[in-house]
Design a protein around this ligand. Structure first.
Ligand code: GLU
Length: 300
């Protein structure tokens, strides 16, 4: 059994990141599996090297260790290119010249998570039409009109029709940066990851990723999408809540106090008593973990 941490170094980790990381670690350690760390620094505009260093230090402070580190995504372009070229050779991807304004036109259909469903505008451009274009294209994967289902370890059965619910999605941006969907599948497949534990916000990405596994002929891991942490008004906690980032939390908590607090939020402890991650791993059970959004009172 192989699990992973896949944090993005776009800022200091906050309570929500820690919550997912703790559950991923507990799941692996309780099954005596192997833990991989992968820095997801795909987006050069948002990620910084110093955040990656701090992030590792923060995980270790909390008692969450790993057995090996994969190359950071910024150094894996050749691997993504190979996957992309294989898709291109099979004519499964096509160039898309749509502008932001065209994509976000008022008439564009939207998925339940607010994302625009791509209407397929550039799917059938002729070679002559492509040659007239002057801008560099993004590349989209043409998706099938069929349902993709999987059973999430926490959320149960989840189904999406890729064409109707998502549309053809970007696998390479116009600036040449590979998209998260392609990178994450390539990395998890190359790392032989068998279990992915991450936030609920990525549940709806999973059918796209499963389709990529299928096209690549690789086995897909099992998935556990853990609840998001929300404020009492239902708003998702984010990196903006400075008092809930690791910089602030490390000043007000010991590692054991923070692990105990997170474990209590997850449903693993009745009260937020101090406990080490190692001790918790001994009695970890996915059946105890909550499925619904977890309300965090801001004065904790
Ligand atoms: N890098 C993503 C994040 O920090 C997680 C991606 C994943 O777990 O698949 O939100």
């Amino acid at each position: 059994m192989i699990g992973r941490f896949a944090p993005s170094p776009s800022g200091r980790m906050h309570l929500g990141n820690l919550f997912s990381a703790l559950l991923a670690w507990l799941s692996v350690r309780s099954q005596h599996g192997e833990m991989i760390l992968r820095i997801e620094d795909l987006d050069p505009d948002r990620c910084r090297r110093e955040y990656a260093e701090t992030l590792k230090e923060d995980l270790l402070w909390l008692g969450l260790d790993w057995d090996r580190e994969q190359l950071p995504q910024s150094r894996r372009t050749a691997a993504y290119e190979e996957v992309f070229e294989a898709l291109r050779a099979k004519e499964l991807v096509y160039p898309c010249y749509c502008t932001r304004a065209e994509l976000h036109a008022a008439s564009a259909p939207h998925a339940s998570d607010g994302q625009v469903i791509y209407a397929g505008t550039c799917r059938h451009l002729t070679d002559a039409q492509k040659q007239e274009k002057t801008k560099a294209p993004a590349w989209r994967l043409a998706v099938p009109d069929r349902e993709i289902s999987f059973r999430d370890g926490l959320q149960g059965l989840y189904t999406e029709n890729l064409l109707a619910d998502c549309g053809d999605f970007i696998v390479r941006r116009a600036d040449g940066v590979y998209a998260y969907q392609l990178a994450v599948v390539t990395d998890d497949a190359d790392g032989a990851v068998t279990q992915v534990v991450r936030g609920m916000d990525l549940l709806s990405s999973t059918p796209r990723q499963l389709y990529l596994y299928e096209l690549m002929g690789k086995p897909a891991p099992e998935f556990y999408h853990v609840p998001l942490l929300v404020a009492s008004d239902g708003r998702r906690l984010s990196k903006r809540e400075k008092d809930l980032d690791m910089g602030a939390l490390r000043k007000t908590h010991t590692p054991e106090a923070l692990v105990g607090y997170l474990a209590c939020l997850a449903g693993l402890l009745e009260k937020p008593e101090a406990v080490s991650a190692k001790e918790l791993a001994q009695s970890f059970d996915w059946n105890k973990v909550r499925h619904d959004p977890v309300v965090v009172s801001m004065d904790n």
